[in-house]
Design a protein around this ligand. Structure first.
Ligand SMILES: Nc1ncnc2c1ncn2[C@@H]1O[C@H](COP(=O)(O)OP(=O)(O)OP(=O)(O)O)[C@@H](O)[C@H]1O
Ligand SMILES: [Mg+2]
Length: 381
């Protein structure tokens, strides 16, 4: 079946196959909603319960729906009088905040998590993938989300940035075990210096896995498979990737419903086209939905060259270039040196405001339910 998408890199129309996959990935966000098969959704289209567009006639008819219609359908399927998904979602997030402030332990047992996955990708090195991964994790956790970070880079930069030196601490449980299917996510996730952020760290030993991985069955699907059940335990899983388009990057792309592309110069902008192509090819081959959440300008400053890069990005990817820019700041390297995410290191700085704005803009695109910044003061251990 041909999958019809709009000219926008973010597909607006969903074939029922994609819609069924989306319900499987997102049903837990809705009160009492369940996953639907393609057949179940087709029935809902025919009954008029799910708003959809029919192309063709009879047995050959193909239905297309939209994310909005699907969300409305799942919300309505919960029946009259029950809370809407949005209300439920916000409650679900606000409850653990109450819990962290010392109240109601029992509430956490009833909490539902959003289970969203966000990759950080750009095969160009040094654009800020790991710094942004750690900073976003800190900001989202500060806003009350439960976050897991997966480090798929043998450099282990995001692990270090979150204060975990797995090599030094001689942690045997690293992401290598996940790639080799020797351990599960709950067995490997460790606490970080940021409350609310867990991590599966990487060490340089991951480089050895990269050599053996290609010969193993299902080597591109190791992360998405490992996250299948674990996703329900987190609101957001952030996946950092190495600066190449190899096996780890492909694993991250396939496991990520959304991927964010940081750029900081002309070369990193040039690499976006190839990255999106690789993501699309894999998504179509493995029948997954992996969408670009946006392109973010990092290390932005008021120079002519940066403005030119931004203008080119705007021209080439008008729907993808995010409004939020992360400014260049000397605090970034200080935070790295201190092994602390920037928003924790400098909570009241303009660059931290940038990260909060980025978290908001992304949440809106990904339909991630996120309490506002004012609702939660920054916590640091
Ligand atoms: N907004 C910023 N302002 C100034 N320096 C920054 C900023 N963001 C990141 N950096 C610095 O740029 C360098 C590269 O950042 P980072 O390691 O996050 O990039 P990366 O894309 O993950 O790199 P790699 O491709 O090697 O994994 C680091 O020294 C980091 O401190
Ligand atoms: Mg990195």
């Amino acid at each position: 079946m041909e999958i019809k998408t709009s000219s926008s890199p973010i597909p607006e129309k969903l074939a029922l196959k994609e819609a069924a996959l989306w319900t499987a990935q997102n049903a837990s966000r809705f009160d009492r909603a369940k996953s639907y098969t393609r057949k179940g959704l087709r029935q809902a289209c025919e009954d008029g319960r799910l708003k959809a567009e029919k192309v063709g006639e009879g047995n050959r008819a193909v239905w297309y729906t939209t994310l909005e219609a699907l969300e409305q359908f799942l919300t309505e399927e919960t029946g009259p009088g029950r809370p809407t998904s949005a209300k439920k979602g916000v409650d679900a997030i606000m409850k653990p905040i109450a819990e962290k402030t010392g109240a109601e332990e029992a509430i956490s047992a009833s909490r539902q998590y959003q289970g969203m996955t966000l990759g950080l990708c750009n095969q160009k090195g040094g654009v800020g993938k790991s710094s942004i991964a750690a900073a976003l994790a800190a900001v989202y956790a500060e806003r009350g989300l439960k976050v897991l970070v997966l480090d798929s880079d043998p450099q282990g930069n995001v692990s270090l940035q979150l204060g975990v030196d797995a090599f030094e601490r001689k942690l045997s449980g690293t992401i290598s075990e996940l790639y080799l299917e020797r351990a599960t996510v709950p067995e490997l996730a460790v606490d970080t210096i940021v409350p609310g952020v867990s991590l599966i760290p990487a060490t340089v030993e991951l480089a050895e896995v990269e050599i053996t991985l290609p010969s193993l069955v299902g080597s591109d699907l190791r992360l998405i498979t490992a996250l299948e059940k674990a996703r329900e335990q987190y609101d957001l899983i952030i996946l950092d990737s190495p600066p190449n388009l190899g096996k780890f990057c492909v694993n991250v792309l396939i496991a990520s419903q959304w991927y964010l592309i940081p750029i900081n110069d002309a070369w990193s902008l040039r690499s976006v086209a190839a990255l999106i192509k690789v993501a699309r090819k894999n998504a179509s081959y493995y029948k997954t939905i992996n969408k670009p959440a946006g392109i973010v300008m990092n290390m932005m400053e008021r120079t002519r060259i940066k403005q030119e890069i931004k203008n080119s990005a705007q021209e080439m990817y008008p729907e993808l270039l995010l409004q939020t820019e992360i400014r260049r700041s000397t605090l970034a390297s200080e935070a790295s040196a201190m092994s602390v995410p920037l928003p924790v290191y400098a909570s009241n700085s303009p660059v931290t405001d940038d990260f909060h704005a980025l978290a908001d803009e992304l949440a809106q695109r990904m339909r991630l339910i996120l309490p506002s910044r004012a609702e939660k003061p920054l916590r640091a251990k």
